[in-house]
Design a protein around this ligand. Structure first.
Ligand SMILES: Nc1ncnc2c1ncn2[C@@H]1O[C@H](COP(=O)(O)OP(=O)(O)OP(=O)(O)O)[C@@H](O)[C@H]1O
Length: 725
């Protein structure tokens, strides 16, 4: 049980100005009309010009199996593809293969020839994101609020005409190459109507045009007087509540789209507070991204890379309880195999060759429907599973369409299981406990893989979980990861918000691109270059190492493990009680029901949270249940964060041990030099050597104990980290 969130914040009120800004409520729906209107941007050739919308959608899943590509013109349809393997001159389906034979052919990649012009991506520097990165304190949203299109000019609309942007492919290539390997972006949602009606405070402030934010946590001292603790975080980009989904796309996925034509495997996922009480906007953020990305991929394919043999394939599967299920094939169980070269293949996964956005939308809807009505009955809540939607670029071999095409690049969108499901590790039900453990394991493993990816480490700990194993090829070679951390602004979510930001901070903290500096200009750029070196690349002897190391130490002392700045100088003996107002909450009807937007808006989601529907209908009785769930969520966050903290402590202790060892080695070298001098004292040499060796041994022993303790803690939480390879 977590006591946090139980206290009133009392009379302490901060008055925030209510700036005028516009919300892109239309972008949440991903309706067909939105896509059509988007493509009518005057600076871009419309999709219809290239015939992308041929067919205007497909009516039923049965048709998926029969549709074939129309080779004449651009009137494309889709065809399901299951991995195939060449057997002599014959193509055979996976079902004809013996169990030991894997389809690894589809994992081959090949170099893409240069082309002489580029797709009209926004040019860094031309994009004036200023107006969209304002601090919008206290501003609320209402799903029914009208969206004023005239003020939602996009960077493209304001940028150069397309033909200018297309002049140089070199610029495009350079840009692709400079897309940071890891990008951690935070998105804050606005206060919702309920929160406003309860006079909840917006406790997250974002400075204009900055890449940092401050969380104002109200706490109580032992004498019950209030004080505000400020926690400051710096990320690659921080998006305030006024930022639209279009801008989120531009900041996160758009820069990596061209890279997947250059053999890159990219991954995008949202992380944040889940739950029936306070939701952070993950679905709202994630749902439009695959469609927007498909739109741009198809544009590149049919324009820049026209007639070069590229094809786009879609697959959609979920990981539930460590097992894989195909969401585009009646939730059929899938099998993951690995070959001698440690290439991973999901045997039997249905891939659909697609050529227009509407078809992709249909497939996503189909997958969502399959996911939320899982046939096993055990998976009633989609938030217990990770869903992975993959857009794969393949290229025909030697222009020969009859040969199986090879994978060039891949863009994976992961709808992560709710982190609070880790709370289930304390549940009595074994099944639920194991699910919780698997989710915790995935989140830890994911963080580790991303870190390893950015530090160009040879060893990627992908075996830490099924999720990272499946995504293995996205962590090796040329890969990119974008993590979007979604946070709620209200005081009642303070603890969750801090936990989300701490997780994001850990993902980012070893990033080469992490300068840990506030940079007001950075958040207006799409791309951030790596600037700092990892600690051990500056390790050599002498003062250089010392000063670098001290810098790191000082930074950690100053900011603590989460790099928070505690400006108020509150001493540690003060009781830490946060300012939640749980008892004030009526958990029902937290948000206004979403406005239907053309199509069934729920069907347009990348993820349909079924609990959401239940929550909306909740009565006062279920509110108590929600309350309980909230407590579970909090303790889950606590568990995960505690493990993360212990892990950081271990790494810091290791670092300290290395520093001390280096000092000892220096002493030993001095001793050796002295030992070589004529007339040295043997007694003195022996006793100093003995002292140094004891010191070295004590340091190692201490670290070994800490390591063993951490391993025990992982075991307690059922997070068994495999040794990996
Ligand atoms: N940035 C935003 N601007 C406007 N509305 C938002 C924003 N973020 C979220 N919302 C609204 O808040 C509500 C909750 O968002 P959403 O369903 O995306 O949360 P979630 O974190 O995915 O929740 P869960 O994990 O329970 O599925 C929705 O009504 C959504 O439209």
């Amino acid at each position: 049980m977590n006591a946090v969130g139980r206290q009133r914040s009392g009379n302490h009120q901060r008055q925030y100005s209510s700036d005028n800004f516009l919300l892109d409520t239309s972008s949440s729906s991903s309706s067909s009309s939105k896509w059509l209107s988007q493509s009518s941007n005057p600076t871009l050739p419309s999709l219809q010009d290239y015939g992308y919308y041929g067919g205007g959608g497909i009516a039923g899943s049965k048709m998926y199996r029969n549709m074939q590509r129309n080779n004449v013109g651009n009137d494309f349809f889709m065809e399901p593809i299951t991995p195939q393997r060449r057997n002599g001159d014959e193509l055979v389906s996976p079902t004809q293969l013996s169990p030991g034979i894997l389809d690894l052919h589809s994992l081959d990649t090949e170099l893409i020839p240069d082309v002489s012009y580029c797709f009209g991506m926004p040019v860094p520097g031309l994009y004036d994101g200023t107006s969209h990165y304002h601090s919008m304190r206290g501003r609320s949203f209402d799903d029914s609020e009208p969206y004023i299109a005239g003020n939602k000019q996009t960077s493209r609309a304001r940028g150069l005409p397309d033909n200018n942007l297309m002049k140089s492919f070199v610029a495009d290539k350079e840009k692709s190459g400079s897309v940071a390997k890891i990008k951690v972006v935070v998105r804050k949602r606005p206060l919702n109507k309920k929160e406003i009606s309860r006079k909840e405070e917006d406790i997250v402030t974002i400075e204009s045009n900055s890449n940092y934010l401050t969380v104002h946590e109200t706490k109580l001292k032992v004498d019950l007087t209030e004080y505000v603790e400020k926690h400051e975080f710096v990320f690659d980009a921080v998006l305030s509540e006024g930022v639209s989904n279009d801008e989120v796309y531009r900041e996160t996925v758009e820069p990596i789209v061209p890279t997947i034509f250059q053999r890159t495997k990219a991954t995008c996922f949202a992380y944040g507070q889940t739950g029936k009480c306070w939701r952070s906007g993950k679905t709202y953020t994630m749902q439009p991204l695959p469609i927007k990305a498909s739109h741009d991929i198809l544009k590149l394919m049919h324009h820049t890379y026209r007639n070069q043999g590229f094809h786009l394939y879609v697959s959609f599967f979920e990981i539930y309880g460590g097992k894989l299920y195909d969401l585009l094939n009646e939730r059929r169980k899938l099998c993951m195999r690995e070959d001698g070269k440690q290439q991973v293949c999901i045997v039997g996964l249905q891939e659909y060759k697609v050529s227009n956005v509407d078809t992709i939308r249909e497939l996503i809807e189909k997958g969502n429907a399959t996911r939320s009505t899982g046939t096993t009955g055990a998976n009633e809540e989609s938030s217990r599973s990770h869903a992975i939607l993959q857009l794969v670029i393949k290229k025909s071999v030697d222009g020969n369409e009859s040969k199986p095409p090879r994978v060039v690049g891949k863009l994976s969108f992961i709808d992560l299981a709710g982190s609070e499901r880790g709370a289930d590790t304390t549940d009595n039900d074994k099944q639920t406990r194991m699910e919780g453990a698997e989710i915790n394991k995935s989140l830890l493993a994911l963080k580790e893989c991303i870190r390893a990816l950015d530090s160009d480490q040879g060893h990627i700990p992908f075996r830490g979980s099924k999720l990272t194993e499946v995504l293995r090829d996205s962590f090796v070679g040329d890969s990119r990861t974008v993590m979007i951390s979604c946070i709620s602004p209200n005081s009642g979510s303070c603890e969750h918000t801090l936990n989300t930001l701490r997780y994001a901070d850990r993902v980012k903290s070893l990033s080469k691109g992490n300068t840990s500096k506030k940079d007001p200009l950075l958040s207006t750029l799409n791309i951030r270059e790596s600037t700092t070196l990892p600690l051990f690349s500056v390790l050599p002897t002498g003062s250089t190492f010392d000063s670098n190391f001290n810098d790191v130490q000082n930074e950690q002392n100053r900011f603590g493990w989460s790099k928070q700045v505690e400006r108020d100088g509150i001493s540690n003996h003060v009781d830490r009680v946060s300012s939640g107002r749980e008892e004030d909450f009526d958990f029902s009807e937290e948000f206004e029901p979403e406005k239907p937007s053309g199509k069934n808006s729920k069907q347009d989601t990348f993820r349909i949270p079924p609990l959401e529907e239940k929550r909306r209908k909740s009565d006062s009785q279920t509110n108590w249940k929600d309350l309980q769930d909230y407590d579970n969520n909090s303790s889950a966050d606590d568990d995960l964060n505690e493990l993360l903290k212990e892990e950081d402590d271990l790494v810091n202790a290791h670092r300290k041990e290395v520093e001390e060892t280096i000092d000892i080695v220096r002493e030993e070298m001095k001793l050796l030099v002295e030992a070589d001098q004529p007339g040295n004292q043997l007694d003195d040499y022996l006793s100093r050597l003995s002292t140094l060796l004891s010191q070295k041994a004590a340091g190692i022993l201490q670290l070994q104990n800490r390591l063993a303790h951490f391993q025990r803690r992982l075991n307690e939480h059922n997070v068994l980290v495999s040794s990996g390879h």
